[in-house]
Design a protein around this ligand. Structure first.
Ligand SMILES: Nc1nc2c(ncn2[C@@H]2O[C@H](COP(=O)(O)OP(=O)(O)O)[C@@H](O)[C@H]2O)c(=O)[nH]1
Ligand SMILES: [Mg+2]
Ligand SMILES: [Zn+2]
Length: 291
């Protein structure tokens, strides 16, 4: 008899699968398998510890990133992406922007968390994030995750949430606070510098309550969007979207064409300089158009 399971973590070709309230080591018959955390699957229970994964139940969403060489799955069946950022160890606005563009392109709801809010350097950073992203409609939540994640609790309720962010921003700390126990491995910067260990190397799904799940991912260096289509890109910028169709040329790239409303917004300082320049940078970095 087949059972339905949920993949809660993956280690290469080995998976941890939750069936009812029991966790099993999930194995697959195929030499190559590409299940991902968050997948619902059908399994055959082999014994008290092992289950064989046989089928994938169709996903209702897939979080993945891509560059020119490969595409990498991150998590599936996610309702909400939580982009976590912090002023230390270093921040990268394009990482944040890419995560938001991904969410827009897949119609997945998204919110931004600025963690480590009590650090002195955070004040300016929080202002920057609000100016760049709060102003165009994104929800920005400031958090000192090491003390409290109360502000996040109502926002994640009854959803499957994935934490996306660079290494060291505090994703595992936030996860631990949400779980109120030390089950997610946090990466102490000092320790990891010394030993090169203690890093989350795979994604883990945790239940906050029966209906609320959180997926803690390893820190990403980049959130590549190589797979996006040039023509659609402008739609994923909430601040530009409302002007679509107002340029002189219907196929305007909004880069060098005359009478381009998007470029006019930029030259008249009506949109953020960073965001327009990011648009151009992203546009030119996508998979070349094959004619
Ligand atoms: N000051 C401060 N440090 C934090 C906060 N949250 C996490 N950290 C620290 O940042 C480092 C990286 O945290 P971790 O949760 O492993 O980050 P991850 O790589 O995103 O999972 C650890 O040393 C944490 O103690 C916070 O709210 N304030
Ligand atoms: Mg971590
Ligand atoms: Zn244009």
């Amino acid at each position: 008899m087949k059972h339905q399971g949920l993949i809660t973590s993956s280690y290469g070709r080995m998976y941890k699968v939750l069936v009812g309230d029991t966790y099993y080591h999930g194995v697959t018959k195929a030499k190559k398998s590409d299940y991902v955390v968050g997948d619902y699957v059908l399994v055959d229970i082999i014994n008290q510890e092992q289950a064989q994964i046989t089928d994938l139940i169709p996903r209702n969403s897939l979080i993945y990133r891509s560059d020119r060489y490969k595409s990498k799955q991150i998590a599936s069946n996610v309702d909400q992406i939580i982009v976590v950022t912090s002023v230390t160890p270093n921040y990268n606005l394009d990482f944040i922007s890419n995560s938001l563009i991904f969410a827009e392109s897949e119609c997945i709801s998204v919110l931004l968390v600025v963690n480590k809010s009590l650090l002195n350097e955070s004040k300016e950073y929080i202002a920057l994030i609000n100016e760049l992203y709060g102003s165009i409609g994104y929800l920005v939540v400031t958090l000192n995750g090491i003390d409290s994640v109360d502000a996040l609790i109502p926002l994640i309720k009854n959803k499957t949430n994935v934490l996306i962010g660079q290494s060291g921003v505090g994703k595992s700390t936030i996860t631990n606070q949400l779980l109120q126990k030390k089950s997610a491995k946090t990466n102490d910067i000092m320790k990891s510098h010394n030993s090169g260990k203690h890093t989350t190397t795979n994604a883990n799904l945790y239940f906050i309550d029966n209906e609320t799940k959180i997926i803690d991912c390893p820190g990403l260096q980049e959130f590549g969007l190589y797979h996006l289509e040039h023509d659609r890109l402008i739609e994923y910028f909430p601040e530009f979207k409302k002007y679509i169709g107002q340029c002189k040329f219907a196929n305007c790239k909004h880069i060098e064409e005359p009478n381009c409303i998007i470029r006019e917004l930029f030259t008249n300082n009506l949109v953020s300089k960073y965001r327009y320049e990011y648009y151009v940078r992203l546009y030119t970095s996508l998979r070349p158009i094959i004619k």
